[in-house]
Ligand binder design. Structure first.
Ligand SMILES: *[C@@H]1O[C@H](CO)[C@@H](O)[C@H](O)[C@H]1NC(C)=O
Ligand SMILES: *[C@@H]1O[C@H](CO)[C@@H](O)[C@H](O)[C@H]1NC(C)=O
Ligand SMILES: *[C@@H]1O[C@H](CO)[C@@H](O)[C@H](O)[C@H]1NC(C)=O
Ligand SMILES: *[C@@H]1O[C@H](CO)[C@@H](O)[C@H](O)[C@H]1NC(C)=O
Ligand SMILES: *[C@@H]1O[C@H](CO)[C@@H](O)[C@H](O)[C@H]1NC(C)=O
Ligand SMILES: *[C@@H]1O[C@H](CO)[C@@H](O)[C@H](O)[C@H]1NC(C)=O
Ligand SMILES: *[C@@H]1O[C@H](CO)[C@@H](O)[C@H](O)[C@H]1NC(C)=O
Ligand SMILES: *[C@@H]1O[C@H](CO)[C@@H](O)[C@H](O)[C@H]1NC(C)=O
Ligand SMILES: *[C@@H]1O[C@H](CO)[C@@H](O)[C@H](O)[C@H]1NC(C)=O
Length: 833
């Protein structure tokens, strides 16, 4: 019987395995043409059709067919596609019928040989599609492949070759192949602002660089989408500062991250890291330099996979494009559900590039305790079409010669205008409906910002209030009709209310596809409510993170202001601390919740070039899902942080009483440190399980922050902790936690730690709590310190005489030279013994 089951399992898994092997992308449109050839040509597993078979696609078949012999091919590894070419003496076009609309690659192969009357190096021509100019006054001196991708929105695509006056055009091979939809999403980060870029799906792109860091060339045969990745050596500015690492077997593809179609594991499995052996102190960047055409924006895609760390949360680093920091203290482990070496990518759109060089750098984080290292696994740089739809500086849609030559100056002016217009618009984005379900399954790529191209959008400002510049696209599929909201909430059934806030009531609901949602219905429009409504949509649609609550949709019909979020099964953190009779949370659960919330806030503060300040951090704005994972909610008051060169944002004081940063209150100057203060109050609230302001208590106890600080300063915090926690918190863990909260509540922002430091310290507190193996929680806790110090004494790199008390008493900065994350991982490992 048992054997049967195993046999069955064997066959099932074998079939699944085979299914995996044959899985992979099958392009709906797949035109491969070996131009000028009379025979089909096989390259890898792909057959390029003989040109005479493709001639029905060609509108001017009278052009010359060149044909050279193998002998005249110089390099032995030149593609067989280069043996023949088609030459055009007049405007000619290939027209491909498109069976599935969407993004398609156009790959053009050129090899400039000489044949008969034609020396192909002398050819000069333009190439364009219906909507985009791909190449102008193009000539070829060495073999090359040009790769473009365009979103085809009709049933055919024409590629037109137009010789310049007195010259001719040629082509050796053409591919027109469907691109998987997931490859280019609509949204990306902007390099210069915390706003998101939207509208990538409308862009024509030219792949200008596709680089495999720290590894060899990955040829098209080893890429599911027939791309070629070149090694990074020749782009490195200082080769001796970089080190190549590979670990192909470590690479994992997990939900929410990259897929093998985004880049193959051969790309993720190698990286270039900092060569710290060469420079003591490790204070340097690794920089790559790329030649680019000025006057265009570029889409820069970073591929990351932490194949160098032994444990999560070990590697923190900074990423730069030119001299702008695009990610500070990047911790790859925060992006994907605690999987080390998960493949991940990030898209950044540059401003209009004004120089002919683009630099990409990685450098060490300045977070205390982090070991100086930084990695990059792969990089793609794609040129984006300008406002004329062109990918080249001098645009000619037709070959008549009298074409409009664009001058760079006018492109710069026009596009800069568009860019600043976008900024002014206080852009509001939308999520595409079909992605909604994925949002609920914890996928991180949830946010599809929608286009705000002026023509079709309607401004809320003109409709509802004066002076509001934000605009919502009324056509967005992301918009949820009022009827659907009514249906989802049983017509706003009062018995379905799960919360009431300043903004209005929150209802539980269920969309007709079964998705559980929380529906927040704003009070009748007020100017302030409207502003918060827009801020919330704006903020939530830009920030996607596992520890930030996801917005599913909104409804602004009938003067309503309704926001629809993913439903958080376990409600607010506050309700689990006091006043609602839920079972008490364990210390470990509470630490994990604080860590989750800290991650969310850390991401807000650092995930973009400009910090975002939440401004209303409190236990009622930290929500818990069915697994008690914390997500930060309620962005109605959020503000973008100070510009790099300023130190604060001046603003009217807002927030919640009891959590409010006194310095902000006094000076009305907002920085990230105000969130840190409020978070410190939350930490004490979590520890003591009482309201932050409780007027029924004796005077000195009313304000939790003051009361707890008093006991913390006396070193007797354990006197006021939640009675339910008594005996279950390890001394060291409590001490670390108390110190962290205390630092958060420092009077002056400059003395408070960053959210990154807070996160780090909380993780440390959790490690200290967990450090001892298999102990019964009921057991006498007095000998815990002894236990822990004996554990720590086992840790290799530390002086064996260092006791846990010393270790814990020394601040992070005092342990220079010792990687604390190494200590963590050691502690973790000893737990498993
Ligand atoms: C080259 O042209 C000759 C005829 O001129 C033809 O027989 C031969 O097949 C062509 N070679 C290729 C590779 O197309
Ligand atoms: C060449 O390829 C085309 C299309 O792929 C196919 O129809 C044709 O039979 C092939 N010809 C030869 C000689 O293999
Ligand atoms: C073709 O033109 C190139 C560039 O002008 C030149 O260097 C080369 O010698 C020419 N080849 C032939 C066979 O004429
Ligand atoms: C192509 O553009 C259309 C809008 O014109 C858009 O709806 C579609 O999602 C785009 N497709 C891709 C794959 O980008
Ligand atoms: C492609 O992968 C195979 C193994 O899967 C390897 O043997 C081969 O060297 C790779 N080729 C290239 C060009 O990377
Ligand atoms: C720097 O590193 C490179 C490669 O690891 C090595 O060849 C070189 O000798 C090193 N230079 C110094 C000064 O250590
Ligand atoms: C790394 O590069 C950035 C941007 O150019 C620069 O601001 C920073 O100072 C550099 N860091 C080091 C350690 O050189
Ligand atoms: C690129 O071309 C599309 C038209 O295909 C246009 O909608 C878009 O605005 C262009 N991009 C830029 C940055 O101008
Ligand atoms: C090319 O463009 C010019 C100027 O816009 C126009 O006058 C001419 O008719 C066009 N020629 C073709 C073949 O489309």
């Amino acid at each position: 019987m048992g054997c049967r089951v195993f046999e069955l399992l064997f066959w099932v898994s074998l079939i699944l395995c085979l299914a995996c092997l044959v899985r992979g992308f099958t392009p709906a449109d797949n035109y491969l043409i070996d131009c000028g050839s009379f025979t089909n040509t096989t390259v890898g597993h792909r057959v390029f059709m003989a040109d005479n078979l493709a001639s029905k696609l060609l509108s001017t078949p009278q052009s010359v067919i060149g044909n050279i012999s193998k002998a005249s091919i110089t390099s032995s590894d030149d593609s067989p596609l280069y043996q023949t070419a088609r030459v055009f003496t007049d405007v000619s076009k290939y027209t491909f019928s498109i069976s599935r609309q969407g993004r398609h690659w156009i790959r053009l192969y050129f090899y400039p040989f000489a044949f008969g009357n034609y020396n192909l190096s002398l050819a000069k021509f333009d190439v364009s599609t219906e909507n985009h100019v791909l190449l102008t006054s193009f000539s070829v001196q060495a073999p090359l492949v040009k790769e473009f991708s365009v979103n085809v929105t009709s049933n055919s695509l024409a590629v037109t070759f137009s010789p310049l006056k007195g010259s001719f055009a040629f082509i050796n091979a053409i591919e027109v192949v469907s691109v998987p939809d997931e490859l280019i999403q609509d949204g990306a980060h902007l390099v210069k602002s915390s706003m998101a870029f939207q509208g990538l799906t409308l862009q024509a792109l030219e792949t200008v660089f596709r680089v495999n860091m720290g590894g060899p060339t990955v040829s098209f045969e080893n890429d599911t989408l027939w791309r070629t990745w070149v090694p990074d050596q020749r782009f490195l500015v200082e080769k001796n500062l970089a080190l190549s690492v590979s670990n192909f077997r470590a690479v994992k593809f997990v939900e929410g991250g990259a897929t093998p179609d985004i880049a193959p594991s051969t790309v993720y499995g190698s990286c270039t890291e900092m060569n710290s052996a060469n420079v003591t102190g490790g204070n340097f960047n690794v920089t790559w330099e790329f030649d680019v055409d000025p006057g265009f924006q570029y889409l820069v895609r970073f591929h990351f996979c932490d194949i160098v760390s032994d444990a999560l949360n070990e590697l923190y680093f900074n990423v730069f494009i030119d001299s702008l920091m695009v990610v500070r203290d990047l911790d790859l482990s925060t992006y994907l559900v605690n999987v080390l070496a998960a493949a991940y990518y990030m898209d950044y759109v540059t401003d209009l590039v004004t120089s002919n060089k683009l630099h990409v750098s990685i450098g060490p984080s300045t977070l205390p305790g982090s070991e100086p290292n930084a990695i990059l696994n792969g990089l793609e740089i794609m040129k984006m079409n300008n406002s004329d739809g062109s990918l080249t500086g001098s645009a000619t849609i037709n070959a008549s010669g009298s074409s409009s030559k664009m001058n760079i100056g006018s492109i710069v002016a026009a596009s800069a205008g568009v860019a600043s217009g976008l900024l002014l618009a206080g852009v509001i984005f939308m999520v595409c409906r079909k992605r909604r379900r994925q949002a609920l399954h914890g996928q991180s790529k949830t946010w599809i910002p929608f286009s705000i191209n002026g023509g079709t959008s309607q401004t809320m400002g003109s409709k509802y209030s004066k002076g509001t510049t934000a605009s919502l696209n009324s056509n967005a599929s992301y918009h949820i009709p009022f009827l659907a909201v009514q249906e989802a909430t049983n017509n706003f059934d009062e018995s379905w209310v799960i919360g009431i806030g300043g903004f209005g009531k929150v209802y539980k609901g269920e969309l007709n596809d079964g998705t559980k949602v929380a529906v927040k219905r704003g009070n009748p429009r007020s100017q302030q409510g409207l502003a918060e409504f827009q801020t919330e949509i704006n903020m939530l649609s830009q920030f996607r993170h596992r520890h930030l609550v996801s917005l599913i949709g909104y409804c602004d019909e009938k003067n309503e202001m309704i926001l629809i979020y993913e439903y958080m099964e376990n409600g607010t953190l506050k309700s689990h601390l006091y006043g609602s009779g839920y079972p008490s949370l364990s210390w470990k659960q509470r630490l994990e919740i604080c860590i989750g919330a800290a991650r969310g806030l850390h991401y807000l503060h650092t995930g973009y070039a400009k910090a975002v300040i939440h401004r209303d951090v409190k236990s009622a704005n930290i929500l818990l899902d069915e697994n008690f994972m914390a997500k930060v909610a309620d962005f109605g008051l959020s503000k973008t942080g100070p510009e790099i060169d300023q130190t604060h944002v001046s603003t009217a004081v807002k927030g919640s009483f009891g959590y409010l940063d006194p310095e902000y209150f006094r000076r009305q100057q907002l920085t990230e440190k105000s969130d840190v203060y409020s978070f410190g109050v939350v930490l004490f609230e979590v520890l003591c399980a009482r309201p932050v302001i409780d007027p029924t208590l004796p005077r000195e106890m009313v304000n939790l922050a003051e009361w707890a600080m008093k006991w913390q300063k006396k070193g007797q915090l354990e006197q006021i902790i939640d009675p339910n926690l008594k005996g279950s918190i390890r001394h060291d863990s409590l001490r670390k936690f108390g110190e962290t909260a205390e630092k958060c509540l420092a009077d002056f922002g400059v003395d408070r730690p960053s959210m990154g430091d807070v996160l780090w310290n909380l993780e440390y507190a959790l490690q200290l709590q967990e450090a001892v193996v298999g102990r019964d929680p009921e057991e006498n806790s007095t000998n815990m310190i002894g236990e822990l110090s004996s554990q720590i004494n086992n840790v290799g790199p530390l002086d064996p005489t260092v006791s846990s008390v010393q270790l814990e008493a020394s601040s992070v900065n005092d342990l220079s030279g010792v990687s604390m994350s190494k200590v963590f991982s050691q502690l973790l490992k000893s737990e498993g013994r």
